[in-house]
Design a protein around this ligand. Structure first.
Ligand code: 5AD
Ligand code: SF4
Length: 460
């Protein structure tokens, strides 16, 4: 009997890549591929790449340099290592990757992952590139995970419901690499989630590049909004928590807002990137909304779900950003009172409109980034400090670093560390927050009763 082939998949970038990496592993499993944690002993290495900023794309080439050495070492031991580049760099650069990186055998774009078994067979005869947008739906052809694989991946998982983007923000490469918006049919998403919860998954995050533009076919023959989908998914037995990411402020429609009012399992946390607090820059970015529009969405959500927490992405140093424009972003952090936020230096991406504009000097951008990071950290500390003394529902996910410690998340996505027995993994318990770390909270188990939303709804 031949030995199982080892597969190493490394994922860069967003949660959609994490999801795709798992589906690639599931699709290769029937061919005898078993996942391994390092590239060192792998027979097939897949780098699932991100192209959102230059730094992310550059990382791929430095990793490919290391993998080339590894491949040569393996070859001198008579072992053949196949190297595939997947994801958004594959889509954007295609054949160019073969030219720059001699170790690469396969380049595969995000819409063609279901063709991996065929690409592997073809790679035995020579290097292959597949960056088409095929007619067939890859989701219909990617294999589902086994129960064992699902369990090994933990209790909280991502499910892609939507891909691509039609918004064309002036800085963003996504509409070019991931293509036009497309949504999976609701019934297929529900069936996938039923399989996951049946294998023990408790928390599902619906993901999409522009998830709240979801408009998949419903079983009633009508297009469903994300709100409508969430109402349906919330009925799946075993679901304790629901989240979705990443959203655009213009697509927060009434059904989605109502879902935050009506669904106890929909967590009171929303990642709603604003990118800039300045109307001038928002217009230059082609964001299609103003600062006031954004604040209105936040106010509407707070009116129906007062404890809802927000996080955001900010870009600093977009072409033409003045000190006043920057200060408008800076001020928004306190004004909204974010639970957390990410900030990025603007990175000109080839083919996007903003890359053609005159760029700001790097010193200006770097200095603004450090001021913004400081403001974000300070705001996050303020937010977390408000949680001290509160009893929060924590879904325990895994063992912590210390013996006897468990780690879970609050409804607001904060990591919470608690001394608690391992039997509580997979359950939701009240935790009284006693201490604050830099990015996580510490607490004590408030009481032993299990308070999943289903049980809470029945008054247990
Ligand atoms: N430069 C810097 N940041 C970017 N993002 C997207 N494109 C760029 C770019 N060209 C950021 C946005 C987005 C997040 C995923 O990445 O803030 O919300
Ligand atoms: Fe990129 Fe804008 Fe689409 Fe988000 S909404 S993926 S930032 S183009």
């Amino acid at each position: 009997m031949s030995r199982p082939q080892k597969l190493y998949v490394k994922s860069y970038g967003c949660q959609m890549n994490v999801y795709d990496s798992r589906r690639m592993a599931d699709t290769l499993a029937p061919l005898g591929f078993v996942e391994t944690a390092t590239a060192d002993d792998a027979d097939l290495v897949i780098l699932n790449t991100c192209n959102i900023r230059e730094k992310a794309a550059d990382k791929v080439y430095s990793e490919l340099g290391r993998i080339r050495a590894l491949k040569e070492n393996a070859a001198s031991d008579g072992r053949c290592v196949v190297v595939a580049v997947a994801g958004c760099v594959a889509q954007a650069e295609g054949k160019e990757i073969l030219r720059r990186a001699p170790a690469v055998d396969i380049v595969v774009g995000p819409q063609s992952y279901h063709r991996l078994p065929d690409l592997l067979a073809r790679a035995a005869r020579g290097r292959v590139v597949d960056t088409e947008f095929p007619i067939e739906d890859k989701f219909d052809h990617l294999a589902a995970p086994t129960r064992a694989a699902t369990r090994a991946r933990g209790l909280s998982t991502f499910v892609t419901v939507q891909e691509g983007c039609d918004k064309f923000c002036a800085f963003c490469v996504v509409p070019y690499t991931r293509g036009a918006e497309g949504s999976r049919p609701a019934a297929k998403i529900v069936a996938e989630i039923e399989r996951l919860t049946d294998a023990g998954v408790r928390e599902i995050t619906l993901v999409g590049q522009n998830v709240n533009a979801y408009h998949g076919d419903g079983p009633d023959g009508l297009p469903w909004t994300l709100g409508r989908l969430l109402y349906r998914v919330a009925q799946v037995p075993g679901i304790a928590r629901l989240r979705y990411t990443t959203s655009h402020p213009c697509d927060m429609d009434d059904s989605l807002i109502a879902a935050h009012r009506d669904l106890p399992s929909l967590m009171p946390h929303l990642h709603l990137p604003v990118q800039s607090g300045s109307d001038r820059i928002l217009a230059a970015m082609n964001r299609r909304h103003t600062r006031a529009d954004y604040l209105h969405v936040i106010d509407t959500l707070r009116a129906i779900r007062p404890d809802i927490a927000f996080s955001s992405d900010f870009i600093v140093g977009f072409p033409g950003e003045s000190e006043d424009d920057f200060l408008a972003s800076f001020n928004l952090i306190d004004e909204i009172g974010y639970a957390s936020a990410y900030s990025f230096k603007y990175s000109p991406r080839p083919g996007t409109p903003a890359a053609e504009l005159p760029q700001l000097p790097d010193e200006v951008t770097s200095e603004r980034l450090s001021r913004l990071l400081y403001a974000i950290d300070r705001q996050q500390a303020v937010y977390n400090a408000r949680c001290r003394g509160l009893a929060l529902d924590v879904l325990f996910e895994k063992q912590g670093k210390l013996p006897g410690q468990l780690v879970g998340r609050s409804p607001y996505l904060q990591p919470v560390q608690v001394m608690a027995p391992p039997e509580l993994i997979g359950e939701i318990h009240k935790v009284t927050i006693t201490d604050l770390g830099t990015y996580s909270l510490f607490g004590t188990l408030a009481r032993a009763a299990i308070r999943t939303p289903e049980l809470a709804a029945t008054g247990v």
